[in-house]
Every structure is written in C-alpha cells, then in structure tokens.
Ligand binder design. Structure first.
Ligand SMILES: C[S@@+](CC[C@H](N)C(=O)[O-])C[C@H]1O[C@@H](n2cnc3c(N)ncnc32)[C@H](O)[C@@H]1O
Length: 201
C-alpha cells in the first residue's frame, strides 16, 4: 500500500533517518553473520537505508525497490553516488529477480504495509541464496493495540485486516525454510520487532 500524506511526511523527515541510522540499523548489523556482496532493500523509501547499508555492509551491489515512484525518484537523487546502486519501482510480492540472486535482503518497516505479506516473505525466500539472510525491522498487530500505537493507528493507512501478529510472521518464515531469531521492544511505548532469518534450504 502507498503511504498516506502523514506517513509520507514522517518517512521523509530527518528524524526518521536518524532513528534508522542510529537505532534500527546497528542492531540489525549486530545480528548479521554473513558477507553481503549482493543486497536487496525492500521498500527502500527515500534512499536513507541505502546509504546506511553501504556504510555497514559495504555491498558490491545494491538494489532498492519501492512501490511508490515518488520514493524511487527521491532515492535516485539522494543516493546516486553510491557505487553499483540501483533503485527500481516494484512490488515486494512479485520481485521479478531470478531465484537465489541476493545474499542479504533488508526490511526497514515495509512488510506491515503489504496486505499479502505471506507472498512477500515467499518472494524474499525465493530470491535469497541458501545461507543468505533476511534482516527485518517491522511493526505488527500488537503495535496498534497498546501505548501510542492506539492513537497512531488512526493516522496511518495500513492493511489492518490482513496484518500479521509477530508470531504469524515468524511462523511463516520458519515454514518457508528459515532459521529465525527475533527481538522486540517498545520505546516510548511504541511496539516493534526486529530480527534475522537465515535461509536454510
Ligand atoms: C514505512 S515506509 C518505510 C520506508 C523506508 N524503508 C524507511 O524505513 O524509511 C514503507 C515503504 O514501503 C513501500 N511499500 C509499500 N508497499 C510496498 C510493496 N508492496 N512493495 C514495495 N514497497 C512497498 C512504501 O512505498 C514505503 O516507501
């Protein structure tokens, strides 16, 4: 789903980049165990994630995809100097890359926007190499049931009817053939979870 005006503003705000760089990305990096020559970022947004991924993982090649053409334009403008970085308009549920194309897939807060999220996770599994990694930082049903998630629920457009609980997300990853490690916290009473899924088969 495309972001509404409020969330589009929130995601293209310097504060979002600060949180992503100094809070979310380092803890994903700490979970990561493998080399990441070939990286795909799903829902890459305005390109901040790309710059962080280059700083932390030093990929040989990076592809960022996003459903929103405005985000892709912003990302190309912002991150055009990164070597071998490509930004493409696309849908995570139908990636179009060959099987086993990437060593690492990164999700900074996108899968909770996808109504058919099981298809998205299946695509991530398909395009990863065996022993490749999926690093995720995301929101789920629990986010909107407590704390400041309750008033925030009205501000953002999300596919709430189809959204997963954290356990459903991890169960699906395990069913696909991933070994999964997750963590969760609630800074300022805003629940979210993050983790690593290693492709076993
Ligand atoms: C909450 S924003 C996060 C953006 C960026 N990753 C960040 O952390 O700032 C979610 C992003 O996912 C994109 N998105 C939503 N549904 C998508 C889909 N089915 N396929 C690819 N991107 C999608 C949106 O356009 C948006 O840029």
């Amino acid at each position: 789903m495309l972001l509404n005006r409020i969330e589009y503003w929130a995601m293209n705000n310097p504060l979002r980049g600060f949180v992503q760089r100094h809070y979310e990305a380092p803890r994903l990096k700490r979970l990561s165990g493998s080399a990441a020559d070939n990286v795909l970022e799903i829902g890459c947004g305005q390109g901040t994630g790309a710059r962080i991924i280059y700083d932390l993982f030093a990929p040989q090649k990076y592809v960022g995809i996003d459903l929103d053409p405005r985000m892709i334009r912003r990302a190309r403008a912002k991150a055009s100097a990164l070597p071998n970085a490509t930004f493409l308009e696309g849908d995570v549920t139908d990636l179009g890359f060959p099987d086993a194309s990437f060593d690492l897939v990164v999700d900074f807060g996108i899968v909770h926007h996808v109504p058919n999220w099981k298809d998205a996770l299946a695509e991530v599994h398909r395009i990863l190499k065996v022993n490749g990694e999926f690093l995720f930082e995301d929101l789920c049903v629990e986010t909107w049931e407590r704390g400041i998630g309750i008033p925030f629920k009205k501000l953002a457009d999300h596919p709430y009817e189809q959204m997963f609980r954290k356990r459903e997300f991890t169960d699906k990853l395990e069913a696909l053939g991933f070994d999964v490690e997750t963590h969760e916290d609630s800074p300022f009473s805003f629940y979210h979870f993050w983790g690593r899924a290693g492709k076993l088969s």
